[in-house]
Design a protein around this ligand. Structure first.
Ligand code: CP
Length: 305
């Protein structure tokens, strides 16, 4: 089949409404507690055109734990990578006959959309570059799950996100948090990485509210979550220590608050935070297994409808 896809994909967090997000969180809790997967035996094609540890191997773990299989597309030795350069659309058409769903990360924001348009199996955006269409929806769901697991709720919490508001994970997180209108959201971001006008306008029109702060000290004694999301995607780009977290800077945070980070860290998160009881970022990464399993179940069920 070569026509446009009718499959149900997860390309943006906006592909999920609030009820579906809540249902996915509830199902993730069941799966984390040992419920049997409804996606038993499913085969996932994994295409990572840019580097990943948590998302790539987290999906692999989710599928394998569910008794399924993985086709991990080797970009060196397949036609999909730069060695040959078969189009994303043709790769999608072929893999649609080999797997039940596809997970793709691409350095170009449109790459994931080009792939999904041709795919007849559900496609999950595992992070797509930079720019206005860039998102990381599964990261946002993992973040919500981690927060809910820590506090038993999301609504009513005070959450600080530190990091580049131009980054794909932030763009999904702020949209996801909008489904919890009692959340009080604070954002600390250098001017250099502040959001584009189009993003700000989108959030304003969608009624997404947040308060931009200028220093961690303004809120660190009061917030429930201090989430460092990374300042830049470019490895080696220096991180201003003003925006970095370490044990001394976090000393006065609440004992019952949590510290999250989407990882990988650079100088933005000191290793001396790891021993703090509030540090949750490795657990956050591990939470990807049940959350991604729930997402896979959901998309496969939607595909069968
Ligand atoms: N948080 C995250 O997306 O990590 P990876 O780039 O390692 O997948």
């Amino acid at each position: 089949m070569s026509g446009p896809s009718t499959a149900r994909h997860l390309l943006s967090i906006d592909d999920l409404d609030g009820d579906t997000i809540r249902a996915l969180l509830a199902r993730s809790r069941e799966l984390a507690a040992g419920a049997e997967s409804r996606a038993r035996g499913a085969i996932a094609a994994l295409l990572f055109f840019s580097p990943s540890t948590r998302t790539q191997y987290g999906f692999q773990s989710s599928v394998l734990r569910a008794g399924g299989g993985v086709i991990s597309v080797d970009l060196e030795n397949s036609r999909a990578g730069s060695n040959w350069g078969e189009s994303l659309a043709d790769t999608a058409r072929v893999l649609s006959g080999f797997a039940d769903l596809a997970v793709i990360r691409h350095s170009e924001a449109d790459g994931v959309y080009d792939f999904a348009e041709a795919s007849t199996i559900p496609v999950i955006n595992a992070g797509n570059g930079m720019g206005l269409r860039a998102e990381h929806p599964t990261q946002a769901l993992i973040d919500l799950f981690t927060i809910e697991k820590a506090f038993g709720r999301i609504d009513g919490l005070k959450i600080l996100i530190i990091g580049g508001t131009h980054l794909r994970a932030f763009r999904s997180q702020i949209r996801a948090l909008a489904h919890f209108p009692q959340v009080e959201l604070f954002v600390l971001c250098p001017d250099k990485f502040w959001m584009e006008f189009a993003d700000a306008e989108h959030y304003r029109r969608a009624g997404i509210r947040f308060t931009r702060i200028g220093h961690l000290d303004e809120v660190k004694r009061n917030v429930d979550v201090i989430y460092h999301n990374g300042i830049t995607e470019r490895r080696g780009e220096p991180v201003d220590s003003f925006y970095a977290l370490d044990r001394a800077r976090l000393a006065e945070m609440r004992a019952d608050a949590i510290v999250m980070h989407s990882l990988p860290r650079v100088e933005d998160l000191a290793h001396d935070v790891d021993g703090m009881p509030q540090a949750r970022y490795f657990e956050q990464a591990h939470n990807g297994v049940p959350v991604r399993a729930a997402i896979i179940e959901h998309l496969l069920a939607a595909q069968r409808e």
